[in-house]
Design a protein around this ligand. Structure first.
Ligand SMILES: [Zn+2]
Length: 66
């Protein structure tokens, strides 16, 4: 038992449309223990957190899926 807190976000974009499963690409960083801190760091990796609460991975963002 490590007791380590693990947080991650998943991409909520639907690159293939609402009928298909969402992207769901996960993102997590070592030693990041809060969602707020994780999203702050992911932003510099190309991730976006929408006002609607959706998280968008760099690939989907570049593809216009938001
Ligand atoms: Zn994605």
């Amino acid at each position: 038992m490590s007791g380590q807190v693990f947080v991650q976000v998943r991409c909520d974009a639907e690159p293939d449309g609402p009928q298909a499963p969402p992207c769901m690409t996960p993102a997590a960083l070592p030693d990041v223990t809060t969602l707020r801190a994780l999203r702050t760091q992911l932003r510099s990796n190309g991730w976006h957190h929408m006002r609607s609460g959706r998280d968008i991975c760099p690939l989907c963002w570049a593809g216009g899926h938001r």
